[in-house]
Design a protein. Structure first.
Length: 295
């Protein structure tokens, strides 16, 4: 399974009445399929995954699968706090049309989440999953990193094909690539801010929130890195760092959805308790895109 390329973690379009707006989702997808993405991620962190009911999660996957060409991969978030619930949701995601399960680390009982606990959790999920599994480490949201030793053990599992690492520790990502060269295992950068650095160390692709907004430039960066055009790639990477930080760490999903609207996509509201940006924050966000030449 080739995970090489760019995957936007789709934002979930909501109506003013807080319902998932499948008409607007299809409109966004119609534009995304014209961008050379390797595939799409549904129900990642940027999809407000914890705020969606189970039936909404599955309907999102079904809707995206119908609109997505068969040669594009559909990764679906299926991580829950318990192993049992994760297995059940992963099987349901596969039935709904997902090609790959993206399984975030359980984190509620953070102190008990040892390497051994993670290895047991992911091994049981991968054993039971009808589709390949990608590990997902996002310490900004979970408060913990999936330990390197656990990753290296799990990389040997035949149904675990990679990791999305959003931590931004480049030396850690380089070690993952280096130590898993004998395995069928791929490392995906979890952010556009360190995409070029990740490729330089052997990463296969990226799951980048900014690709919801600047899909073509992020795919261009992917292409330049693959071609070895490092000077051009560096120039483009520099211009993507501040906008990416603005729609992730700085303003989060409300910022991402606001920026999408400036580039012709439907962003719409977030589900409370996520609050909309203030007018001053909107102005700061717009300035970040304009000073880097995108608006």
């Amino acid at each position: 399974l080739d995970l090489g390329g760019i995957f936007p973690p789709l934002a979930t379009p909501l109506s003013p009445m807080q319902e998932v707006d499948y008409v607007q989702l299809e409109a966004n997808l119609h534009r995304y399929v014209s961008i050379p993405f390797r595939g799409l991620v549904v129900l990642g962190s940027n999809g407000e995954y914890p705020y969606l009911a189970p039936h909404e999660q599955l309907d999102m996957v079904r809707c995206v699968r119908q609109a997505l060409p068969r040669d594009r991969l559909l990764l679906a978030g299926s991580g829950c706090e318990s192993t049992q619930a994760t297995i059940k949701l992963t099987v349901s995601m596969a039935e709904a049309g997902a090609d790959v399960a993206l399984v975030v680390t359980p984190c509620y009982y953070r102190g008990a989440m040892t390497s051994a606990a993670f290895v047991q959790h992911y091994t049981e999920v991968a054993d039971a999953s009808p589709i390949p599994v990608v590990l997902y480490s996002v310490p900004a949201n979970t408060g913990l990193d999936l330990p390197l030793e656990a990753v290296l053990t799990l990389a040997q599992h035949p149904n675990i094909v990679g990791i999305k690492d959003s931590g931004g520790d480049i030396s850690r990502m380089g070690l993952m690539v280096h130590k898993t060269q004998q395995e069928d295992f791929q490392v995906l950068a979890g952010s556009a801010s360190f995409l070029m650095a990740s490729y330089a160390l052997g990463a296969s692709g990226g799951v980048c929130a900014l690709a919801n907004v600047l899909g073509d430039p992020v795919c261009q960066l992917d292409r330049l890195c693959r071609e070895g055009s490092w000077q051009e790639a560096r120039s483009l990477q520099h211009r993507l760092i501040e906008p990416n930080m603005a729609v992730t760490r700085r303003f989060g999903i409300p910022g991402l959805k606001k920026a999408m609207e400036w580039f012709g996509y439907y962003g719409g509201p977030c589900r409370p308790p996520l609050a909309p940006l203030s007018p001053a924050q909107v102005e700061e966000l717009r300035s970040t895109f304009s000073t880097n030449g995108w608006l």
